[in-house]
Design a protein around this ligand. Sequence first.
Ligand SMILES: Nc1ncnc2c1ncn2[C@@H]1O[C@H](COP(=O)(O)OP(=O)(O)OP(=O)(O)O)[C@@H](O)[C@H]1O
Length: 578
Amino acid sequence: MGVETGAAEPGALSTLFRLRTYARPHSASLAAMLFFHAVGTGLEIISPLLTQRLIDGPVRHRTTDGIAVLAGLALLVSIGVMVTDHLGRLAHAAGTVGIEKSLRTDLYSHLQRLPLSFHERWPSGQLLSRATTDLRVVGGFLGFGSVFIVLQASTYLGVSILLITIYWPLGLLVSAGVIPVLWLTYQLSRSFLPVSRRLQDELGDLTSLVEESVLGFRTIRAFGRHRYVNQLFSKAAKVVYDTGLEKGRIIARFWPAIEIVPGLMLAAILCGGAYAVANGAMTIGELVAFIGLMMFAIWPLDSLGWLLGEAQQAATAAQRVYEILDTEPTIRSGPRTMKSRGHLQFHQVAFRYPGETADVLHDVTLSVEPGETMALVGASGSGKSTLTLLVNRLHDVTAGRITLDGVDIRDLELANLRTVIGAAFEEPTLFSASVRENLTLGRPDATDDEVRTALEIAQAEFAHDLPWGLNTRIGEKGLSLSGGQRQRLALARAVIGRPRVLVLDDPLSALDVHTESLVEQALKSVLTDTTALLVVHRPSTVALADRVALIDGGTIAAVGTHHELLRTPAYREVLAQK
Ligand SMILES: Nc1ncnc2c1ncn2[C@@H]1O[C@H](COP(=O)(O)OP(=O)(O)OP(=O)(O)O)[C@@H](O)[C@H]1O
């Protein structure tokens, strides 16, 4: 699935300006970097002036007077350049890395605040490429490129003024060199920005493809589809290749033109300078100093083109990062906190997935009394899982309301709500961390006793027998567990600390019949005083429930005990399909 991403226009450069908030906290490092490099460049500029003094002084008058002083000054200049370069690089490292860290932290915590609907819509590869490659480009530009643009522009300006004071006609010529460079860079940006943006998007798609094929490796192998997946990858890689070539062609078209400007200038200065010396308008020393100084104007001019190119690259990367940062978290925390009794009610609830045209749930009215276990039964696609996602606000209702003890759950602090409600889903997600860290994910302060009880309830005591017990690392890059083991750990995570409300979406589907009945026995003790909403796919799990809600076509068709509902053909039919 793709997401709509904005095409880059030359105006994208203004996005860079928004990043100043990230540069500001590191302004001391950036200012130090600018200062040291500016002093270094200033010192370097002294060298040609010393040469001028040498030629027009001791050399011209055939004397050794003053040579020692000039040599000593040249040595001091070299040492100064070395020291300022060292300090400038240290400041540069601190600035760049610091900016990148702030950006990365902000982006990551923003991603955590964005709702499930955002994560369902965005391919993970696009998020990954923004959080890695794009951030590097932006951080690198802010910490280096932006400062160097200022430095090089000031060097160019300073040297131009110096050149004008030495011999104004040629000095003006050097100053005018910036005009074609800026014009060519502007032309370059018009072609370059859209292609650069497209390339970054395509690389994101390629990352998604790699991620999917790594995660789905088993299925791909089992169905012998590796050739097909290879073809898909080759096709996507070819698209990236073509766009990369297109980008290369644009650079090849404009770059030599930008680079030739300083060369043409040098040729003009050599001719014009020789003519001026021949006419007595300049001394030889002045010409040598002029050419030496001009080199300090050529490098900024040369690098200004390159730095502006970097700025364009950073602009498209910043645009991609801001597409995430500008997405408002639609699920906001409420102001209230409460100790819930666990009275869960749905009042005329409706829900529609973002971007869809029809409601998945409508007119859902249901009351789950404190301590009651309500099973949700319905055909596949009837909306059971969706209903459970609304309870801990992974999605928000689009109409109606859900209340806990009469309080709209949107008025509760999210952290409070998610402490009141424990949840486990059919697909148990475990993280690359120890068993204990996985278990206490929602309750970092859980005691050893609470962890032990939760493992007992979920029949997950096998965790104690793992090589390092509860400290064994599991999840990706950790010890591999069976589907049933993973589900039992996810169930233990949900019941840890005995939440007032439990929402379980078919958490026993991967268990064998024997283990399932053991878990059910243990769960019964928890469920006596916990309000529970239990999506049931297997008829045997219905035994855990006090009452059953039959969902049909996104609404509650009937509510009653299992035995009461058995009298309705619709219920019998659904159970028969399970
Ligand atoms: N992220 C989504 N975006 C759009 N539609 C969705 C999304 N997730 C589910 N749906 C649709 O919502 C409807 C209800 O899905 P849901 O998963 O809630 O059903 P279910 O009763 O739990 O099904 P099952 O028993 O097969 O798990 C289905 O038609 C499904 O296609």
